[in-house]
Structure formats: C-alpha cells, structure tokens
Design a protein around this ligand. Structure first.
Ligand code: PAF
Length: 280
C-alpha cells in the first residue's frame, strides 16, 4: 500500500496505476461504513485509492472541525487489511494553497435540508470532491447513502459539469441495533448512544406507516417528530419527507419519498435517512 501526501505524488502513483481506478473519499476515523465502500471499490475496480482529508471548507465556524475524531495510524492499518492500493492523505495547505479562490456551487438542492442548517457546507464538499476527482482521475467513486443529500449533490455536479466517472451509491451500514454508522457516533456517551436510536426508530416508524398505506406526508412527519421528542436530550433540526430527486418537501406521497432527518443528541448532530417505496 502506497501512502502519499502531495498532489504531485498522487498524480505520479495514478500514472503508474494499471486498469480501472476506484476512489473512496473519506475524512478518516474509519468505521465499517467506510470499509464497506472500500470493499465495493475492491470488487469493482483494479486499483483502489482512498483519500483521508478532514476538509476544513465544509465545516461552519461553530462546527466540529477541531474536535473531529482523527486516528491516521489506525486508519492506515485498516486500509492495508482491506487491500487498498493507494492512500492519499494531503495536508490542508496542499489542497488549499495560499491564494486559493475557486469554488464549485451546486445550486438548488443545496438550499434545502442540510443546506439550511449548514450554510456553505455543500460548497466545501463539492469543491473538495471535484478537486479529488481531478487529482485522482478515478473511473468510479464510492459514496454512502447515509449522506443522501451529499450523494445527490455530487451526482448533480458530475452530470452538470460532464465529469467523466461513475458515482456508485453504497447502502448505509448500521450497528446491530440500527444506528447508522458515523464517525460522529464516537462523541456519544452511553446515555446519548441510547437516545441516538430515536433516528432509526423514527425512520422505521415512517416506513411502517407507509407500508400500512399512509400517504399523507404531514401525518408521517408528525408521528416521527413525536417519537423523537420523547427522547431526553434530542433536538430536531429537521424531519423531512421529500422528493428523492429534487429534495422538495412533499404533501402527499405519490411515488417514492426520501425520509430524512437531522437530530442533535446533546452536542452531537446526527443525520440518517430511508426510502419510502422504491430503492435509494
Ligand atoms: O462524506 C464525507 O466523509 C465527506 O463529506 C467527503 C465526501 C469525504 C468530502 O470531504
């Protein structure tokens, strides 16, 4: 496994790569969710590149950039075990050198959901992902469905800007009790870990109501909110039932709908989603 930390070294390694290249972009502190992305890339492509970069531009001024969990040595050991070929771990100064001033803005779908609560977040995500695509030049890139809006923003960027690669969505990996895997779960104390289950429970409640024939979006939203509000320490940012493509809120569910939510458990902000009808 080759570990490189400069753009020049990454390009060099890319030039030597033979066959199809799969990229798994991450911010490190890897868990089973990330390793599942790596395994998909390993199965589908000949050369697997994983990037580890805690991207400062996607964090707001009052967000958790400084305390975001980091453990590069453990990450490298895990990636080695998965048969990763190249790990790209650039410094911020390498990705954003002095004078950096070009940004990728995906308009429309970034105004909703996460975009309302994290202004500028998707501009940072789209910009760093576009840079990674330009540096690594992968044939395929792998993203988790847990970040449903991020996945759509990246798919739209790739389509709008004619980027020449395939985006592969990978289903959310969950703990045994249903909590979606996330690096931020590491912030939860045991009591908060229990409360965090409210996200999964409210999504399965939504799926259950939908399966019983409920099609009024507000009724489903209300039931989800009631369930979460019973949980001590849980504060809802949003509970959404939206069109899966445009992410516009629905009144009635006629076709597939994306149920998604963001909830703060103590000081930890968690997101999750599930499809109602149809696949993700
Ligand atoms: O999902 C993430 O971990 C990040 O948003 C990504 C895609 C690696 C960009 O920094």
């Amino acid at each position: 496994m080759k570990v490189v930390d400069t753009v020049a070294a990454m390009r060099d390694a890319r030039r030597q790569a033979k066959g199809t290249v799969g990229l798994v972009p991450t911010m490190g502190y890897l868990h089973e969710g990330h390793l599942t992305l790596v395994r998909w890339a390993r199965r589908q492509t000949e050369v697997v590149v994983v990037s580890i970069f805690v991207n400062p531009t996607q964090f707001g001024p009052n967000e958790d950039f400084d305390r975001y969990p980091r453990d590069p040595q453990r990450d490298l050991a895990l990636l080695e075990r998965e048969g990763t070929d190249i790990v790209f771990m650039p410094l911020a100064s390498e990705m954003y050198p002095q004078g950096f001033s070009s940004w990728v803005d995906v308009e429309g779908i970034t105004d909703r959901l996460e975009g309302v609560f994290r202004p500028g977040h998707f501009r940072g995500v789209a910009t760093v992902v576009a840079k990674l695509f330009n540096i690594v030049e992968p044939h395929r890139a792998y993203f988790g469905e847990k970040d449903a809006q991020q996945l759509r923003v990246i798919q739209k960027m790739v389509a709008d800007l004619n980027m020449n690669l395939e985006i592969v969505p990978v289903p959310t990996v969950r703990e045994a009790d249903g909590l979606a895997m996330s690096s931020r779960n590491a912030y939860l104390n045991p009591q908060e870990r229990q409360s965090a289950l409210a996200l999964y429970k409210s999504l399965t409640l939504a799926q259950g109501l939908y399966a019983q024939g409920e099609r009024d979006a507000e009724t489903i939203r209300r039931r989800m909110i009631q369930l979460i509000e019973k949980e001590p320490g849980a504060k809802i940012d949003y509970v959404s039932l939206a069109d899966p493509d445009t992410l516009e809120e629905l009144d009635r569910i006629e076709g597939p709908a994306l149920a998604s939510l963001a909830v703060r458990i103590g000081t930890t902000r968690l997101i999750d989603n599930m499809m109602l009808g149809g696949g993700n």
